[in-house]
Design a protein around this ligand. Structure first.
Ligand code: ADP
Ligand code: MG
Length: 464
């Protein structure tokens, strides 16, 4: 095939990405489709090489025929898509799985004497944060599948795994579950869990105390490193620790050791200095966790109550789940308080009693439920655009932008479904809502004005 045909096929593929993102989700698109390469078009059969086997299985299982349909739509002709897998470059080739007894399989013990405190800390993984205790639902299905896959073949499947979400939605739980599973299968594997803050502090201490060799040895001999809250790297001028982390990352990556990162925003929005690090963080799989819907919140509460050995009636669980919306940690706090109350006063709970018990939680400012209406009203005031226009069918640019901003914020700050958001914004369908959301997400990475605008509006709406 002549190369320019190939490049025009690739262009065609890239032009289909926005539509694919709407249909298959941003995470699937960013992780699996954007890196894919068109190999050839023979007759009406297109061969598409995906970044890895997981991507192929995921697409075949979850979205059979979806890519064929999108491309057929764009080309106005029926097309069949066959999936291949991009050939791994030697560096990315899967590490050979050593024999169970081979010394290669196990990280060397003991740790060096001058190893940083954090890596030696016993019990660094919370025993409750296992896959078994994690409720899987639409809001986390992709991240869960990716974490499980990584746990089954650390360093071999997707490196790094980058998990992001707002606070209290399960990032730490999921990354620790991965650590537990690796340790269950390879008890002597060296799994390090630490926050980016710990990394920075240990690094500074090692610099101060002249123990850099021990520091490096500890991190670079990890089999799996789980780095939580990476956004901390961005919170101040931390060039040197960032650089050190970058080298640690590279050293691990190049020896097929697994890196897992959790963050409060996607890699592209991370305010870190080192662009090479940022793009490295995007190389593996990027998965997000969203707010659970009410049914999922009930399921999480039920599981938690069960693990606490407390039997609470469904209507109580539903009541708590309706009161507390956007943070699972707060949701659990409310449940634990209810359980504690029950252990002191075993008379049957009533809804009004529970309302009293959890009053502090449901009125906490972070839990104030912002409505779609309030968001639209606020955006209209701040951006000086008539509310009626924002909610109308008009499509002029000075209205479309504020409308997309409002839609973006609704999706970020509420758990209202795309369809309901669409209804409110002039009866638009869910794919139009998703398009607006994606448009602003994209602009956050390319347009500083939009980034600041969204940050300001979000902060004001959340009241912190
Ligand atoms: P994050 O790191 O995103 O701030 P955490 O992992 O600390 O959030 O989760 C907050 C709490 O919610 C934890 O107690 C965790 O066990 C619980 N949690 C989060 N997601 C789930 C889930 N899908 N199923 C069960 N519990 C969950
Ligand atoms: Mg966390």
């Amino acid at each position: 095939m002549v190369s320019d045909t190939k490049s025009s096929l690739q262009e065609l593929w890239e032009s289909a990405l926005p539509l694919l993102a709407e249909r298959l989700g941003q995470a699937t698109c960013d992780s699996f489709l954007r890196p894919a390469q068109v190999q050839e078009l023979l007759g009406d059969t297109l061969t598409l090489n995906l970044p890895n086997e997981f991507a192929r299985n995921w697409l075949l299982e979850k979205y059979p025929g979806a890519i064929d349909a999108c491309l057929s739509e764009i080309l106005h002709q029926p097309l069949e898509v066959i999936f291949g897998v991009l050939e791994a470059t030697p560096r990315e080739a899967p590490a050979p799985v050593p024999d169970a007894d081979s010394p290669d399989r196990l990280a060397p013990y003991p740790l060096p004497d001058d190893a940083p405190a954090v890596a030696r800390r016993p019990g660094m993984l919370n025993p409750k944060y296992t896959f078994g205790n994690f409720v899987v639902a639409d809001c986390n299905r992709f991240a869960h599948a990716a974490a499980l896959q990584v746990a089954r073949g650390p360093g071999r499947n997707y490196n790094p795994l980058f998990i992001h979400s707002k606070v209290g939605l399960g990032k730490t739980h999921l990354m620790q579950a991965l650590g537990h599973m690796v340790l269950a299968e390879q008890p002597r594997a060296r799994v390090i869990y630490l926050s980016a803050e710990d990394f920075v502090n240990d690094f500074l201490a090692a610099l101060r105390d002249g123990t850099m060799p021990g520091f490096r040895e500890t991190f670079r001999s990890a089999d799996v490193i789980l780095v939580d809250d990476i956004q901390f790297m961005a919170s101040a001028a931390r060039d040197a620790s960032e650089e050190e982390f970058f080298h640690t990352f590279n050293a691990l990556y190049q020896t097929n050791k697994q890196v897992v990162i959790a963050s409060d925003c996607p890699p592209r929005q991370l305010q870190i200095m080192n662009d090479r690090l940022r793009s490295r963080l995007e190389m593996g799989i990027v998965a997000d966790l969203r707010c659970p819907d009410v049914d999922t919140r009930v399921a999480i509460l039920a599981k938690k109550a069960q693990s606490e050995g407390v039997d609470l009636p469904l209507d109580i669980l539903e009541f708590v789940a309706q009161k507390i919306v956007s943070n699972i940690r707060v949701l659990e706090g409310a449940l634990l308080k209810t359980c504690a109350h029950l252990s002191l006063d075993p008379t049957p709970l009533t809804i009004s009693k529970v309302e009293e018990i959890i009053a502090d939680y449901s009125t906490a400012s972070a839990e104030r439920r912002i409505t779609v209406q309030e968001i639209a009203q606020f955006v209209s005031e701040q951006m000086k655009c008539d509310l009626d226009d924002i909610l109308s069918a008009k499509r002029s640019q000075e209205i479309v932008y504020p409308r997309q901003v409002a839609i973006y914020l609704c999706r970020e700050l509420t758990d209202v479904s795309l369809a309901k958001i669409g209804d409110y914004f002039g009866g638009r369908d869910h794919s139009t809502v998703l398009h607006g959301y994606n448009k602003i997400s994209e602009m956050l990475t390319t347009d500083e004005q939009t980034l600041w605008l969204i940050n300001d509006l979000k902060t004001a709406l959340q009241g912190d």
